[in-house]
Ligand binder design. Structure first.
Ligand code: 4AD
Ligand code: MG
Length: 462
């Protein structure tokens, strides 16, 4: 008989039918009447299904009475309306096969609540908990919604490279990729001789697929990437990972205003799809992680984003007399404490544009004032920066000047510069940090808990 997922069984209403289900025991409860109830979960839904195991089953005494949390079972039985309260359906077992035992003396996931810190040390078992199961299903639903959003709008999904020889963000936080023998690195004139390395030149893991996305946008119109990106920043915060997933749309014939509009529509559409499609998981998180979770997500969906320039943001922040750790001033970066203040101040999501060129990468379009660039950062309440994007510099000479000003070598960017030489157009794009958006919808405080296997400084277990 074909296996049915618990999510299906709970919804089916096919009472009286014979079913087979497979999953892991969450709890076993024995009744004085000589029968037992098993709560089974198979990951298809946060809900468990109740299995009634009668004492007349052949292996009742030898096996069923020894089932504990974590054991895997195959249950055959009849789907029935449950008389018990809080349960719509149950399965009256005709056969319970134990597939794998889980020694209760040793199995780390007993039915009590574990701290997130502890669960990180057993990342191979944590998806069996309610919270991590919910996060995994939400992450999956969001991935699907993201592809749907862009596919519905005619964007082409682009696979940008993981290994690159260029540095998009122009910062020094990249992981090197090499096959050189690190015990015996070839040297020439006191420096590493990369001619002997795999690519014959320095290589690194990509920090962003943007530069390659621009290449394809300037041929196909609208494209997007959705893949892993890597940053060797040594920041141990609840918002930073060394490996995270980014979604980067890039659009030809598109200015900053249209870029902002797309970003707002994008965030709202994905959030709304989670509320619509992940109702059980969201209800669980709303109950156990954050009582205001659904209301907070709803607020972002239903209020328009506040738009202001960097200069206006600095004016607002300068009036705050105390409470900030980092100084505020024109030319200084807006820190996460400032971002949270701005969202609180406007009580909504905020888009800050037109930053000083010195604190943004080389590729952003320089404004007429010569001091600021067409940058946009989108800030979400409680999270801070969720999106970084810009209109791109489309003028060859200006771009060349910016590359030199930022002490980058124009030779490394010859192909990127070519895009401005041949058929240049106004174009824009942004990058959204996938894990930060998952943090926002799930209410989880630490980014390490919304990616299956977090990569952070000094942490590479699993
Ligand atoms: O602001 P960032 O650095 O922008 C770029 O990389 C652009 N090239 C994107 C583009 O225009 N196509 O990164 C974009 C977003 C941030 O707003 C943040 O949400 C997320 O990526 N992010 C991180 N998420 C987790 N861990 C990190 N270390 C992150 N660094 C950035
Ligand atoms: Mg940024």
């Amino acid at each position: 008989m074909k296996r049915k997922k618990i999510a299906e069984l709970i919804e089916s209403g096919d009472f009286g039918s014979e079913v087979t289900l497979m999953g892991w025991v969450r709890t076993r409860r024995d009744s004085k009447g000589g029968f037992s109830f098993l709560e089974i979960n198979d990951g298809s839904t946060i809900k468990n299904i109740q299995v009634l195991a009668e004492g007349t089953l052949a292996n009742y005494a030898q096996e069923i009475l020894k089932l504990t949390t974590g054991c895997s079972v195959i249950v055959k039985g009849i789907l029935a309306e449950s008389p018990g309260k809080g349960q719509k359906v149950e399965v009256q077992a005709t056969e319970v096969t134990v597939v794998g035992w889980a020694d209760p003396e040793k199995y780390p996931l007993q039915k009590k609540r574990h701290s997130f810190e502890h669960l990180r040390t057993i990342a191979h078992l944590r998806p069996r908990t309610n919270t991590f199961g919910a996060v995994a299903r939400i992450r999956n639903a969001m991935s699907y919604a993201i592809h749907t959003f862009f596919q519905d709008r005619g964007f082409i999904y682009l696979h940008s490279p993981i290994i690159t020889g260029s540095n998009c963000e122009g910062a020094g936080d990249m992981f090197n990729v090499t096959t050189l023998d690190l015990q015996r690195v070839p040297n020439k004139d006191g420096r590493v001789d990369f001619r002997e390395d795999f690519f014959g030149k320095p290589a690194n893991l990509t920090v962003s697929g943007q530069l390659e996305a621009e290449v394809y946008a300037l041929a196909l119109g609208n494209v997007y990437t959705f893949g892993p990106t890597f940053r060797a920043e040594n920041s141990n915060t609840s918002r930073h990972l060394a490996e995270f997933w980014m979604i980067e749309p890039e659009m030809a014939f598109c200015d900053l205003k249209e870029n902002l509009d797309l970003a707002e529509e994008f965030i709202k559409t994905i959030l709304a799809s989670v509320l619509r499609n992940c109702t059980d998981d969201m209800a669980f998180l709303n109950r156990f992680v954050d009582k205001d979770l659904i209301a907070t997500v709803d607020d972002v969906i239903n209020s328009s984003f506040e738009h202001l320039t960097y200069t206006e943001a600095i004016e607002i922040l300068s009036k705050v007399r105390e409470g900030f750790e980092f100084p505020v001033g024109w030319g200084k970066d807006i820190q996460s404490e400032h971002e949270r203040y701005l969202c609180g101040h406007f009580k909504r999501s905020v888009a800050v544009t037109d930053y000083p060129k010195e604190i943004k990468p080389f590729y952003m379009k320089v404004n007429k004032d010569g001091r600021t660039v067409r940058a946009m950062d989108i800030l979400l309440p409680g999270i801070g920066e969720i999106i970084g994007g810009s209109q791109r510099e489309d003028d060859y000479e200006t771009l060349l000047t910016r590359i030199k000003e930022m002490n980058l070598d124009p030779a490394d960017y010859w192909w990127y510069l070519d895009l401005r030489k041949y058929g240049t157009v106004v174009h824009s794009g942004f990058g959204l940090g996938f894990e930060r958006l998952i943090q926002f919808v799930t209410g989880l405080a630490n980014i390490r808990d919304v990616i299956p296997f977090p990569r952070t400084p000094m942490n590479l277990e699993f």
